[in-house]
Design a protein around this ligand. Structure first.
Ligand code: ADP
Length: 218
């Protein structure tokens, strides 16, 4: 089923969302104040229009009220991003995802009722930092301030042992939710599953527990 989206701000972030949604066959209205940007998306999005998202009437005329999910991806202009979010909230947008530029911006967006606030530079920076600190951590997703999901290479101490031998949940308080093995992914592996040399484990838990697990076993 096609769902309707609007992406406001067609910079690197908004542009990439617009492309992906369109490639997935979604109906996307692409909006930017910059004519060149709008032209770039004419053949990608279902509709691409020049409009200022801080202009309530312009948004009304575009029928933004009828769109399920609006993504505000205005970059540096924090003022415009906040104003656009307020207007969209008032117009009754069902789901509003807004890109934050910094922590203060994020706080304001949460206060004025943005449904999802994303902070791509900060989050990607954190992921890459975790990757750099530990050669074994391949990816990292923050679930909250103190819980994460990590992708970690199976350490030499694990090889040939089963999850029950390693007793990860009892010893470290974290859970192996999946194992990537070559091109396969074993979701909810059985306790008797033996870890192989090239396995990648997907582990969920408190940061403090994941870090102990990584120190001792990876
Ligand atoms: P990124 O960091 O994701 O590349 P940019 O700051 O380069 O973000 O891009 C933000 C986009 O938002 C720009 O294309 C800019 O023209 C657009 N933009 C800025 N203000 C408004 C506004 N009031 N209404 C619509 N689009 C806007």
């Amino acid at each position: 089923m096609k769902r309707e989206f609007a992406v406001i701000g067609l910079g690197r972030f908004g542009g990439s969302i617009c492309r992906e949604l369109s490639e997935e066959g979604m109906d996307v209205l692409a909006i930017d104040t910059d004519e060149d940007k709008v032209n770039e998306f004419k053949d990608i999005a279902s509709h691409a229009v020049i409009a200022d998202a801080t202009d309530e009437n312009a948004l009304k005329e575009l029928g933004i009220r009828n769109i399920d999910h609006v993504i505000v991806a205005i970059g540096d202009n924090i003022h415009a991003s906040i104003l656009a979010t307020l207007i969209l909230k008032e117009l009754g947008t069902k789901t509003l995802t807004v890109k934050a530029q910094n922590d203060y911006h994020e706080k304001v967006l949460n206060k004025i009722g943005a449904d999802h606030v994303v902070h791509p530079e900060r989050d990607m920076g954190r992921r890459i930092a975790h990757n750099i600190i530990s050669n074994n951590i391949l990816d990292y997703i923050e679930l909250s301030d103190d819980h994460s999901v990590v992708e970690v290479k199976a350490g030499s101490k694990m090889r040939g042992k089963s999850l029950i031998d390693l007793d990860i949940r009892a010893q470290y308080g974290c859970n192996v939710v999946a194992i990537k093995r070559n091109r396969d992914i074993i979701v909810s592996p059985r306790a008797t599953e033996n870890i192989k040399e090239s396995d990648v484990l997907i582990v969920i838990g408190a940061d403090i527990d994941i870090s102990r697990f990584e120190k001792h076993l990876v």
